[in-house]
Design a binder for this molecule. Structure first.
Ligand code: ZN
Length: 186
């Protein structure tokens, strides 16, 4: 079996600021692309990955938190053309990181529960509710499809603290143990 690892776009790459485009019914590339996304994410030890992180404008993200010891029974999930349709009033804060922003971590406040409409990999229409950690990962990936980073959701003071790190990432002055894209020309 061959494995395809896609290079992961890093902070500063323009595609990460672009809004995703809807996936068409019967998109012939979808299944193979999602398989490559899973291989890329698992190789990088990530729990979520959005299509624009691997250079595609498709409105797709994947989540698999079963690599964490607290959630061994959670199955991998694919979200095609997702839309969050409800968010709980109750919010919680938790530390996040991102494969496109290596070695940067910060607490992010997000709704505790969400309801999301989406299509599965076979493009069946689904509506499901999620809470706690899974809801957090889903919201983080959903943000990517809108061109938003978790670092956009932290205080100005915290943004100041990580500014140098973001510049280092943009300039690829980083050490990561998974393939990343080359720095884009300005
Ligand atoms: Zn991310």
């Amino acid at each position: 079996m061959t494995m395809t690892l896609l290079p992961i776009n890093q902070y500063g790459d323009k595609i990460l600021r672009k809004k995703a485009q809807p996936v068409k019914k019967g998109d012939p590339e979808l299944v193979a692309f999602v398989k490559n996304m899973f291989e890329t994410m698992h190789n990088a030890m990530g729990v979520g990955l959005a299509a624009n992180q691997v250079g595609s404008n498709k409105a797709v993200f994947i989540v698999d938190i079963s690599v964490m010891k607290e959630y061994p029974n959670e199955k991998p999930r694919v979200f095609v053309n997702p839309k969050i349709i409800e968010r709980s009033e109750e919010k919680i804060s938790y530390e996040e990181g991102c494969l496109s922003i290596p070695d940067v971590r910060a607490d992010v406040v997000r709704p505790k529960k969400i309801k999301i409409a989406f299509q599965d990999l076979e493009q069946n229409e689904m509506v499901l509710e999620f809470d706690d950690f899974l809801a957090r990962v889903i919201q983080h990936e959903y943000d990517h499809l809108q061109g938003v980073f978790f670092t956009d959701r932290i205080s100005e003071w915290e943004q100041k603290k990580i500014k140098k790190d973001l510049i280092k990432i943009k300039n690829r002055k980083i050490e990561v143990d998974y393939p990343v894209t080359e720095r884009e020309k300005d």
